[in-house]
Design a protein around this ligand. Structure first.
Ligand code: AMP
Length: 399
């Protein structure tokens, strides 16, 4: 089965065409600046170079049309006709409390997803536009929605409720939802598989450390806690997001700077995290490591503060699960950044992680970092959200 995986943002659309039997990526790409001047599609067939084509994309339907054109192009395409796309899997950011699992998309389901829009006003409407564009162009192809929040719907009330008046939860569904669920699910299952153990016997802490970052506690295969909240702003210090804050800071800064609370939240999302802490050096960990090596104190402090926050969450989740068997690092920083892992690992000795500093130098591959016989196994597992979405799509379409 060929599955087209779509991840649609407000002005971008990422795609991968995956053969579900071989799990091979046949082609992938990105449409940028949809609805804005200077839009372009970057298309890459497997094993070949990227091809960038400037093309007019007034809306997402035009972008999807262009993706199909590239995929079926006699020169750079990988399929002959649209008929060779058997299903489409869509990444959807917020499923609220309505979706605890992936779902086949039809009119009824789309109306329910729309009800979740106020929980993710920047992301969900864009996801829906992508879905509708695909349905317009491929009306007979089955479509599946895979939610970032779904995996965390197993969290108990004590983990997802905020210490606020209960009416805010009852009336507005203000609670913690968590994100990156597809990744936490994929990586925790893969960890059990690599170790040859049943996931139902394992307490796993997954550290998804990318530009956006979250930690989750996966107990016996279910998410019981995670660091992101109502929105992806809570939890870890990230590339540009602040993570946990005293909420009183919002109005305090708003008053001092003469700006609105909304503007402060925007700063917390886009100008904070390691970017803000480093005094604007970068949100990219490679740049920060370089600046630190050149003696930049703020960059050094940003990296220290980042690692400290991750270590605190690991400690909290070991407590929440009354123990931990496996700690997994994944996503851009978790997979590639040996220094960040080492800095976090320095706090974990008490758990019995015995991280081997030589093994920790490896990057971008599956590796067990701990010495054999360590009490807690620490590993690196590259995440693959697109493959997870393709697998879910096949499972639901076959069912
Ligand atoms: P993601 O959001 O998962 O794509 O992760 C992006 C982050 O991963 C960026 O902050 C990058 O600095 C970091 N990253 C990616 N590759 C490397 C690398 N080779 N070494 C260090 N950090 C990396």
């Amino acid at each position: 089965m060929n599955v087209l995986v779509i991840n649609c943002g407000s002005s971008s659309l990422k795609y991968q065409l995956i053969n579900s039997e071989s799990e091979e990526v046949l082609a992938k790409g990105l449409c940028e600046r949809i609805g804005i001047d200077g839009s372009a599609i970057v298309h890459q067939p497997a094993g070949k170079d990227k091809i960038t084509t400037e093309a007019d994309m007034p809306n997402h339907t035009a972008a999807v049309q262009l993706v199909i054109e590239k995929l079926t192009d006699p020169e750079v395409g990988v399929i002959k006709t649209l008929d060779e796309i058997d299903a489409v899997g869509h990444r959807i950011v917020h499923g609220g409390e309505k979706f605890a699992t992936s779902v086949v998309l039809d009119d009824e389901v789309l109306a329910v997803i729309e009800q979740c829009n106020d929980l993710a006003p920047l992301h969900n409407p864009a996801n829906l536009i992508g879905i509708n564009s695909c349905r317009e162009i491929m009306p007979n192809v089955p479509m599946v929605g895979v939610f970032d929040t779904a995996f965390h719907q197993t969290m108990p009330k004590k983990a997802y409720l905020y210490g606020l008046p209960l009416s805010y939860y009852e009336n507005y569904k203000v609670r913690r939802y968590g994100f990156h669920g597809t990744s936490h699910d994929f990586v925790s299952k893969r960890a059990a598989q690599i170790l040859g153990k049943d996931i139902k016997d394992l307490k796993i802490i997954v550290c998804h450390l990318g530009n956006g970052a979250s930690v989750s506690a996966v107990k016996y295969g279910e998410s019981v806690d995670t660091s992101m909240g109502l929105t992806p702003l809570e939890g870890l210090i990230m590339g540009t997001r602040s993570g946990d804050l005293d909420p009183a800071i919002i109005t305090f800064i708003a008053e001092k700077e003469g700006i609105s609370a909304e503007e402060v939240i925007n700063i917390c999302n886009k100008k904070s995290g390691v970017l803000g802490l480093s005094g604007g050096v970068s949100s990219d960990f490679r740049d920060l490591a370089e600046a630190k090596a050149q003696g930049n104190e703020a960059a050094k402090t940003a990296l220290e503060t980042y690692a400290y926050r991750v270590a605190k969450y690991i400690g909290a989740y070991a407590a929440a699960m009354n123990g931990v068997d496996v700690i997994v690092f994944t996503a851009g920083v978790g997979e590639n950044n040996a220094e960040a892992r080492a800095e976090i690992g320095d706090y974990l000795g008490y758990l019995g992680t015995n991280i081997d500093s030589e093994k920790n130098k490896l990057r971008g591959e599956e590796v067990i970092l701990s010495d054999e016989g360590a009490k807690v196994t620490t590993m690196v597992i590259p995440t693959n959200e697109e493959l997870a979405i393709a697998r879910e799509t096949v499972r639901l379409v076959r069912a």
